[in-house]
Design a protein around this ligand. Structure first.
Ligand code: RB5
Length: 148
């Protein structure tokens, strides 16, 4: 498995907390270091608070990649993608995780905590972490994403 030198950043709201706990177990089993930007319980909270914390971790260089989870994966994706340095991709099957690494150089994998089981999440995570960016014409395309 290819892994970044830096820890993987994790973020979720209450609806993603349980799947994030599974993700942490998976990362521990594979000796992949991580930094958890919260939330730290199932108490109701606001996903943008944790999405922004993870995005700031990417912007500062504290982490290079991340995994983010809310109930549907949608709100946390929308928030993360407000940050120019973030390319967050909501993935529900391994093939999407593979293609978004190959073509989009996605740096945050987003999962839907209420709809993605740990059994399904595991191959999605494994694929996301082990698939390199293809570069070439795709580099030109991702450079056209930012409005700045
Ligand atoms: C929380 O109830 C839910 O709205 C949130 O986890 C997420 O699905 C929003 O997009």
């Amino acid at each position: 498995m290819t892994q970044t030198q830096k820890p993987l950043g994790l973020a979720s709201d209450h609806a993603g907390f349980e799947l994030k706990q599974f993700v942490k177990t998976y990362l521990d089993q594979h000796a992949i270091p991580y930094k958890d930007y919260g939330t730290l319980s199932t108490d109701s909270c606001d996903y943008p608070d944790y999405a922004h914390a993870l995005a700031r971790g990417i912007e500062s260089g504290e982490v290079e990649k991340g995994i983010a989870i809310c109930g549907t994966g949608e709100g946390i994706s929308m928030t993360l993608n407000k940050h120019a340095a973030v390319r967050a991709a909501l993935c529900w099957i391994p093939e999407i995780a593979k293609m978004t690494r190959l073509h989009n150089d996605a740096n945050v994998l987003v999962l839907a905590g209420r709809y993605t089981t740990p059994t399904l999440a595991e191959p999605i995570i494994e694929t996301f972490l082990s698939t390199p960016f293809e570069g070439g014409r795709h580099q030109r395309r991702i450079e056209k994403m930012s409005l700045k």
